[in-house]
Design a protein around this ligand. Structure first.
Ligand SMILES: *Cc1c(COP(=O)(O)O)cnc(C)c1O
Length: 368
């Protein structure tokens, strides 16, 4: 049996009637850019997220980048984040001329080790970017406390954790802005690129709204800006899918529980850790093993499309523009061990019971 990594086409088929109708509605409306479908989706998204505002833009990367610009983060500033995230988190910091400063992860959850943040704060530090990796929220109350003490901005990179929750807090409650992505492979994805910024701050929507639209909030009037809008076509598709997100998260959690039950007796495997009271939405189900490359090859050869997120930490990337960290600048041993041992098993709501069982059996059958 072959088990794929994504269920995009299955998901489309399950919602085909509604999605096709939403697409046709936009096509027939004649309003494709900053039209009423986008405005409606932004309202729905803010209501869903529990924030005062949601502003669509054309990717998660741009959501981060435009947020940093709107918050006035720029050259000379340092922004604290982690190196075990998708490259875009650091890239967006770099785009505005600021410098990402990486801190260590907490190996159980693979999220930032909040206790390492304070030591990284300098007089140049402006912000903390909390990345909710794999679908579990960072301990935001702890991050917010540090930010308050040192007068720092807090940005949530929630590209992987839409619909996640903490025991007594939600995304958006304890930060200046939340950025998310709707690229197809995310838990809420459209057929292409797009993203959004959520915030409770009243001073940001107009700034971000202008930045995404050539600096223009009023026809023919401009400040400096860019072109980074969320198309109405994607907004219409996302409106349909947003209604399903909680159900999809529940199904991801159910599949994760099956994986965990089927694999937990294996002594050589580290399984994802769900913190008490947290709603982990399993954007990815990531295991860790010693001989990662060998096992990944075995799984792929056996027909299981497993992948790695992320095998090269950002400070080890060739494109990392701040010099080689082996220069002694960046020392992140836990992050590096993590990058060398991760494997993401197939995880999407449309997996069948046969496929789930096949993944478990194949992993269990690995000789090491
Ligand atoms: C996907 C992702 C992004 C970037 O989103 P795009 O829409 O692909 O630009 C940023 N951060 C994290 C953690 C992501 O997973």
């Amino acid at each position: 049996m072959k088990v794929g990594f994504y269920g995009h086409v299955r998901q489309y088929h399950n919602l085909k009637e509604e999605i096709d109708a939403a697409i046709l509605e936009v096509l027939e409306s004649g309003k494709y850019v900053t039209g009423p479908t986008l405005a409606r989706f932004e309202k729905e998204l803010a209501a869903y997220w529990g924030t005062k505002h949601a502003i669509g833009c054309n990717s998660g990367t741009d959501a981060l980048w435009l947020s940093f610009l709107a918050l006035g983060i720029g050259p000379g500033d340092e922004v604290i984040t982690v190196a075990n995230t998708f490259f875009a988190t650091a890239e967006a910091i770099w785009f505005v001329g600021a410098k990402p400063v990486f801190v260590e992860i907490e190996p159980k959850t693979c999220n930032v080790d909040v206790s390492t943040i304070e030591a990284a704060i300098t007089d140049k530090t402006r912000a903390i970017v909390a990345v909710h990796l794999y679908g579990q929220l960072v301990d935001m109350p702890a991050v917010a406390e540090i930010a308050k003490k040192h007068d720092l901005l807090v940005i949530e990179d929630c590209a992987q954790a839409i619909d996640a929750a903490g025991p007594d807090f939600r995304s958006g409650e304890l930060s200046d802005v939340v950025c998310t992505s709707f690229i197809i492979q995310k838990n809420l994805g459209t057929f292409g690129d797009s993203g959004a910024v959520m915030t409770n701050r009243d001073d940001l929507p107009d700034r971000i709204g202008a930045l995404r639209n050539h600096g223009s909030l009023k026809r023919s009037h401009h400040t400096m800006g860019y072109n980074s809008r969320l198309d109405d076509l994607h907004a219409g598709i996302l409106s349909v899918k947003l209604k399903q997100i909680s159900e999809w998260s529940d199904r991801r959690r159910e599949i994760a529980a099956m994986y965990t039950a089927g694999l937990k007796h294996l002594p050589w495997i580290k399984l994802p850790c769900e913190l008490p009271g947290y709603r982990h939405v399993y954007h990815l189900y990531v295991i860790e093993v010693d001989r990662r490359d060998a096992m990944l090859g075995y799984l792929n050869d056996s027909g299981i499309d497993a992948k790695t997120h992320y095998p090269i930490a950002i400070h080890k990337q060739e494109g990392f523009p701040w010099g080689n960290p082996s220069d002694g600048d960046v020392c992140l041993p836990l992050t590096e061990v993590h990058a060398a041992s991760v494997i993401s098993l197939p995880m999407f709501p449309e997996l069948t019971q046969g496929e789930i069982d096949c993944v478990i059996e194949t992993v269990c059958a690995w000789g090491g």
